[in-house]
Design a protein. Structure first.
Length: 323
């Protein structure tokens, strides 16, 4: 019997050591980061900047996989369906919190099928217009829109994007009516605004400010609580008589539900450390982006709040997704 007990004890200890060794071994191969948008945009920028820092900290390369389509649903679903082994993560933005209200047929549950890792950053938007538009501030813009109901148009990077819903918020608050022209990204929307086919548009500051500085478009307002360094000469909404109007997009890291807590906590901690790096923070500031770096619980709570906020906008504006 003593020999039997010793044998069982040895097996238990062996299993425990094997489990510890497995945990300590992570990561022992490349880690996939799914980006549900095309290369070059805000989502891709955040994934690669933070992902490179994570790669250095964890000692394994990050493989970035761009899987755009369906307002980020295709790439996000890839994360939801991946094994929860710590080798697949995803980067999502505001559309992730919009989709539950916009698309009743999502192939995943936004809160149940993901582990929330870290809110990386937030990015306010700026409102720009073609130089020929006879409005250079919010008072003039709202007055013009009221004088020409339904005659002015605005572009966005897509139905349900932060750029689209921010204008819907403004329409509701100011009692104005503009025609929405959705595009498949910021580039096309900006090009047609420069060309004069579009009257106005909201988007993140990074890609818009070079055009503002060159004079091909004019800036009207920023949607931040305070002015932002990249556009410190552009007043915010509150300064122009539209109080409590704060909007923008954000970027966060997700993982499949069930990803081991110790792995999630490690990635979250390393992401926060990366986003505290002065050089990285300055790169983001230069794009009009504010570094955050949150805990998993903070990130999850933030997404819950965002879902509720955008649901009201979508319901009030009766926005439907294109099939």
């Amino acid at each position: 019997m003593k020999h039997f007990i010793r044998a069982v004890a040895a097996l238990v200890l062996t299993a425990a050591f094997a489990g510890n060794a497995h945990a300590q071994a992570w990561p022992n191969r490349p880690i996939r980061m799914v980006v549900p948008y095309t290369p070059g945009g805000y989502t891709d920028l955040m994934a690669r900047l933070v992902g490179q820092k994570l790669s250095e900290a964890l000692g394994q390369p990050f493989v970035f996989e761009n899987k755009p389509g369906a307002n980020a649903v295709i790439g996000t679903d890839t994360v939801a369906k991946a094994p929860p082994d710590g080798y697949t993560f995803g980067t999502v933005i505001a559309a992730h919190s919009v989709n539950p209200s916009l698309n009743p047929r999502l192939p995943y549950d936004t809160m149940k099928d993901f582990t929330y890792v870290s809110l990386m950053s937030v990015a306010p938007l700026i409102l720009i217009a073609h130089p020929s538009l006879p409005a250079s501030n919010m008072k003039e813009f709202i007055a013009l829109a009221k004088a020409k109901p339904g005659q002015l148009n605005f572009a966005s990077s897509g139905i349900g994007s932060a750029a689209h819903l921010t204008m819907e918020m403004l329409k509701s608050r100011a009692g104005i009516d503009l025609q929405h022209i959705p595009y498949k990204g910021t580039a096309g929307a900006l090009q047609d605004t420069i060309g004069g086919n579009i009257n106005a548009m909201f988007d993140v500051a990074g890609p818009l400010m070079p055009q503002v500085r060159s004079g091909t478009v004019k800036a009207i307002a920023v949607t931040a609580k305070d002015r932002i360094p990249i556009a410190n000469d552009i007043p915010n909404m509150a300064e122009q008589g539209v109080p409590d109007f704060i909007s923008g997009t954000w970027a966060g890291i997700i993982a499949p539900a069930g990803t081991p807590k110790e792995i999630v906590d490690r990635v979250s901690a390393e992401a926060k450390k990366a986003l505290s790096d002065p050089e990285l923070k300055q790169k983001l500031v230069d794009q009009g982006i504010v570094a955050v770096g949150s805990t998993p619980d903070e990130h999850r709570a933030f997404v819950v709040e965002e879902i509720a906020r955008w649901k009201k906008v979508i319901t009030d504006a009766n926005i439907k997704i294109e099939n």
